[in-house]
Design a protein around this ligand. Structure first.
Ligand SMILES: [Zn+2]
Length: 209
């Protein structure tokens, strides 16, 4: 592992060890990645399951936001709600596979209708869609290295995706704050999150190169 990544893992570990001395911590929940790429590439899981509200739906949406740069693939608008859009429409034989999906604003989605992206005047969208988004390998290595080191504390450690955090936060009706995101990391998030403390401590790791 590059020394800078080793330093990052060590910084996180030293923060965890400090907290363990101060607080009665019984388990660790970590957010590992933004979305589960393996789950998304599994063709068995493709299909109508990407619909709103399901965990798979959140994984798909987070993946598409990252892949298409958080904007409408057609007009490029950023500050509008984005809908999942079929590049080749289903009625034209297009599939529900992630490689056939993009994000569009409501207006573009409506205007495109039953046209393919190419017919709509955006052939490059159809090309770009074929390329899958790959996360950088050494970042993943760092994550698993950190996971192993956290497990060495002897506490149970769970991993969640950013998509799961978002779904947990939204379904519990909590505001978009880093603090509430932290409360919603991992599958063990309680159905009802009760906040009794108003004092929040935020620790930031700063790596100097
Ligand atoms: Zn648009």
């Amino acid at each position: 592992m590059p020394p800078s990544f080793e330093a990052r893992v060590n910084q996180t570990l030293s923060a965890v060890n400090k907290l363990l001395k101060l607080l009665p911590i019984t388990a660790i929940s970590t957010e590992h990645v933004k979305f589960d790429t393996q789950k998304l590439q599994n063709p068995e899981l493709s299909g109508i399951e990407y619909q709103k509200g399901t965990l798979f739906g959140y994984e798909v949406k987070e993946y598409l936001l990252e892949k298409w740069g958080h904007k409408c693939a057609y007009c490029g608008r950023k500050d509008v709600p984005l809908e999942i859009e079929h590049i080749i429409p289903r009625c034209r034989g297009g599939s529900d596979r992630i490689s056939n999906l993009t994000l569009a604003c409501h207006e573009c989605n409506q205007r495109k209708g039953s046209m393919t992206a190419t017919e709509f005047g955006y052939p490059h969208i159809q090309e770009q869609a074929k390329q899958s988004l790959r996360e950088v390998a050494f970042i993943n290595t760092t994550r698993w290295h950190l996971y192993e080191r956290l497990k060495a504390t002897g506490l149970p450690v769970e991993c969640g995706t950013g998509a799961l955090t978002k779904m947990n936060r939204v379904t519990r009706g909590l505001p978009k704050e880093h603090y509430f995101d932290a409360c919603c990391v991992g599958p063990s998030t309680p159905v009802k999150v009760v906040v009794t403390q108003h004092y929040v401590q935020v620790w930031r790791a700063i790596v100097k190169y």
